[in-house]
Structure formats: C-alpha cells, structure tokens
Design a protein around this ligand. Structure first.
Ligand SMILES: Cc1cc2nc3c(=O)[nH]c(=O)nc-3n(C[C@H](O)[C@H](O)[C@H](O)COP(=O)(O)OP(=O)(O)OC[C@H]3O[C@@H](n4cnc5c(N)ncnc54)[C@H](O)[C@@H]3O)c2cc1C
Length: 314
C-alpha cells in the first residue's frame, strides 16, 4: 500500500503526534495507513543472548511498565515514562517516538497563525524564521525522549518496506537536518528496536528539562551510559536531545571519561564540554542560552546517576 500510494500516504501508529499535526494542516496526506492492523509489532521480548527486542508498536506505557525493560534498562523505562502525559503514553509508540517530526516555534502553530508569516523551509517555502540567513537548512529541533537513551545504549532498528528489510544503528538514521530529520523512505516503516545487553558494570540515566512536568516536550534531554570497573570509567556514551535537529553524541566528553576515575572535577569538565556541544536555536519557548546551560547541568546529573547505578549493580 505504501508503494502504491507513495508520496500520498502517512503512516499512523499511536497518532499522538500525527493527528494533531494533521489538524493543524502541517500534513495533509490523501491516505493514512494504520500500522496497528499489523499483528506482532507490539511485543517486548527478552532475548537473553542479544538483548531486548521492542516491537515498534509497543506503547510508551508498556515500555515504562515492562519488567524486562525496567530490569535491564531502567533509564529507558524512565525516559518512556517522561513522555508527555499518561494518555499520550497509553497511545504513543516507540516507533512513532523514533520517527517523530522535528518541532519549531514557527512550525507547530495553527493554520491561521502560520498564514500570517511567510511559508518556512520545513513547509516547502524558502525562508527559515529561526536562522534568517539560512538558504536551505531547516533548524527545527528533534524532541523525542526515548531516542537519546536508545542511542546511548547502542540500539539498532529494523526497517522494512517494499519487500525488503534493513538493520542499522539507530543513530545512523538521523540526518541532523530539521526538514527531513531521518533517512526513512516513504515506503519504509520501523518494525522493531533491539537494545543490546550492556557490558557488566554498566549504568545509565536520562534527565529532561521541560516547562510543565505533567505534559511538555523536552527542551533539553541528556542521556548517559557508563561502563565502570571500580572507580575507573571503562566506556561512556553521552547523548543530548532537543538541542539540535537530531540526537547529538558528545564524543569529546566520552573520550575525556574513558580510562579515568570519576571525580567531581571530571564531572564538571564533562558538563562544560556537553554545554558547548549543545546547539539550541531560538525555536522553542526558552532561550538558547538557558537550554545550553541546562544541557551541561543535566549531563552532570545524568552522569552522577549513571555512575551510582553502575556501582550498585557491580
Ligand atoms: C501535548 C503533547 C505532548 C507531548 N510530549 C512529548 C514528550 O514529552 N516527549 C516526546 O518524546 N514526545 C511527546 N509528544 C509526542 C508524541 O506523543 C510521542 O512522541 C509519541 O511517542 C509518538 O508516537 P505515536 O505512536 O503516537 O506516533 P504517531 O503520531 O502515530 O506518528 C508520529 C510520526 O512517526 C511516523 N511513524 C509512526 N510509527 C512509525 C513506524 N513504525 N515507522 C515509521 N514511521 C512511523 C508517523 O508517520 C509520524 O510521522 C507529545 C505530543 C503531544 C500532543
């Protein structure tokens, strides 16, 4: 069906983002293809050798409450539990979260509001209201809560479509561009996510900044995964969300951590590097300066928690 109606159809999972967007006429597809009619996409399965397989239609509530996810990847369960509000988590799926559209102050507005300004690049126009001198690039931000921690955990996705399937690291599907923020083709869907088992001595954490605790999208997200041997950090992954057009891996901070004992000085240094790596734009309700500062602060909080968790589990 996706091939037959290529370019005219949008895939629907929980509909918690697509349907409000369609009501705002951000998207006006001729057809909507409901994935929920496809059996077997909503399962969470513990595959002891490979990791945890999460079907793309698994709801965020199911992930938040899953004993398997809570046991193996508590930070992922927590990130799912921080999405929106209860009703959204009961309907919203992990596939929809991964494929979430980027957001922008000038894009996520009503039809009549948008009509009062020139059409932006994300809507097929020629201007970017966020970066006025931008010729082609759209600076909308990617605000999916589960993605930073999934990327930090080295998750893989299986993508199917047109009779074929492919598997890749989740981080590789993101383009870091606001208009087309992932490489999914119109004929493809995400069928599952595989979160590999972490090394012994691992701990992870996800921290989020938002205006209203009860419902809002992240203005900053920080995910950390560490592998500890005693006091020494053997490996680390730090991924920021909502401060760029895709998840941002802070590789410089990861190298600073690797092979070193975790001290307060090192945590401060990592916070500074993370703050510098964040690329927030004037496209959301709070200022880029505040979001950048908070990226550093949340990274430090997440790092402390990840290290504590690794030490408890060791
Ligand atoms: C008020 C409000 C607050 C919100 N707060 C948050 C928040 O705090 N954090 C957050 O992360 N999100 C938030 N959201 C967004 C949304 O609820 C979640 O991101 C949810 O996980 C989206 O999943 P869904 O199944 O509802 O996706 P849908 O709305 O069905 O789809 C979203 C997009 O993904 C595509 N898609 C869906 N499934 C697949 C698939 N399997 N393969 C390929 N493409 C697919 C759709 O075509 C569409 O483009 C909020 C939404 C609202 C309305």
């Amino acid at each position: 069906l996706l091939k037959e109606h290529e370019g005219k159809v949008k895939v629907l999972a929980g509909g918690t983002d697509l349907l409000p967007s369609m009501k705002q006429r951000l998207f006006t597809p001729e057809y909507v293809l409901d994935l929920r009619q496809i059996p077997g996409l909503g399962e969470i399965e513990d595959n002891f050798q490979k990791g945890v397989r999460i079907g793309s239609l698994s709801t965020l509530a199911a992930i938040e409450e899953s004993p398997v996810v809570k046991g193996r990847f508590p930070a992922l369960a927590e990130a799912a539990g921080l999405v929106g509000a209860t009703q959204l988590r009961n309907m919203g799926t992990i596939g929809g979260n991964i494929a979430l559209e980027t957001r922008c102050w000038y894009f996520n507005q009503s039809h009549s509001w948008r009509r009062s300004i020139e059409r932006c690049i994300k809507l097929g126009g020629k201007v970017c209201h966020v970066v006025k001198r931008s010729k082609k690039q759209c600076y909308a931000y990617f605000a999916a809560d589960t993605v930073p921690i999934l990327v930090a955990l080295n998750a893989e996705v299986t993508i199917k479509g047109n009779g074929k399937g492919r598997q890749c690291l989740l981080k590789d599907i993101y383009t870091q561009e606001g208009k087309n923020s992932n490489t999914l083709k119109p004929t493809e869907v995400i069928s599952e996510v595989l979160v590999p088992l972490p090394d012994p001595g691992s701990g992870s954490s996800y921290k989020k900044l938002r205006i209203r605790e009860a419902i809002d999208f992240p203005l900053v997200g920080a995910a950390v995964q560490v592998v500890m041997s005693g006091d020494i950090c053997r490996d680390a992954k730090i991924v920021l969300g909502a401060v760029g057009s895709g998840p941002i891996e802070v590789t410089e901070a990861e190298s600073v951590l690797r092979g070193n004992p975790i001290t307060e000085e090192l945590i401060e240094e990592v916070g500074k590097i993370s703050q510098k790596a964040a690329k927030p734009m004037p496209n959301a309700v709070s200022t880029p300066e505040y979001r950048r500062k908070m990226a550093g602060l949340l990274t430090k909080q997440a790092l402390r928690e990840a290290v504590n968790r690794a030490n408890i589990l060791e």
